[in-house]
Design a protein around this ligand. Structure first.
Ligand SMILES: Nc1nc2ccc(CNc3ccc(C(=O)NCCCC(=O)O)cc3)cc2c(=O)[nH]1
Length: 203
């Protein structure tokens, strides 16, 4: 499976995905890394791994549609079959999301549907929950509301700060995202037309 990873910054999840696809058991290949911001660490990680990179700077586009259209052209240029959003911080438009429906995954640092949006870790701390985690889901038009593929629970310790909790969630993300990539990339998990998840049993 030809995979594109979209980033906006450091790309620690990108690193985890790059390590996963190098495993002999993996059927996936990261063919391009696209960032909406120039000069970020994730681009350097990709280049060091010999992966092609592209910058599509959202500030240079008059509309979200044009920005998304340029990203779509890059995805087509590389024959991409699966898109992974790894800390990608731009909301994507309906037409783009619909085109890539069932072929685009995002990772969110909470157990969705709890704590959608930005600073999910802080929301969990402030809510006083004792368990949070991370979620890999198919990207739907409604933000952080797509069908769930993989989740991993993470305990919140009484000594936790936003930073210590974020670090523990990140470790879970680095397991959950590669696992979800393999499930969808291998066809074990699909998104049904009605928006539900289907696990493809052999018989
Ligand atoms: N339509 C769709 N697109 C997405 C784009 C990125 C992410 C990643 N998670 C994200 C979730 C929330 C945001 C957000 O609210 N950022 C501040 C506003 C930035 C902007 O103006 O663009 C960004 C990424 C998820 C989605 C999604 O679930 N659906």
């Amino acid at each position: 499976t030809r995979v594109a990873v979209l980033i906006s910054g450091s790309g620690t999840n990108l690193q985890a995905l790059m390590e996963q696809v190098k495993k002999p058991s993996s059927s996936a290949e990261i063919v391009v890394v696209i960032s909406n911001r120039p000069g970020v660490m994730g681009l350097k990680r990709a280049s060091m791994a010999g992966i092609q990179t592209r910058v599509v700077d959202h500030k240079l586009y008059g509309s979200r549609a044009e920005f998304d259209g340029t990203i779509d052209k890059v995805l087509e240029e590389f024959g991409v079959e699966l898109v992974c959003l790894a800390g990608f911080m731009r909301i994507l438009t309906g037409p783009f999301v619909r085109k890539w429906s069932g072929k685009m995954l995002n990772i969110h640092p909470s157990l969705l549907p709890s704590f959608k949006g930005v600073n999910a870790q802080k929301q969990a701390l402030q809510a006083g929950v004792r368990v949070t985690g991370c979620t890999v889901h198919f990207v739907a038009e409604e933000v952080d509301a797509g069908a769930i593929v993989v989740q991993e629970a993470v305990p919140i310790l009484v000594t936790d700060t936003e930073d210590s909790l974020s670090e523990r969630i990140r470790e879970a993300e680095h397991r959950a995202f590669p696992a979800a990539l393999e499930l969808v990339g291998s066809g074990a998990v699909k998104l049904r037309d009605d928006g539900r998840i289907v696990w493809n049993q052999s018989v």
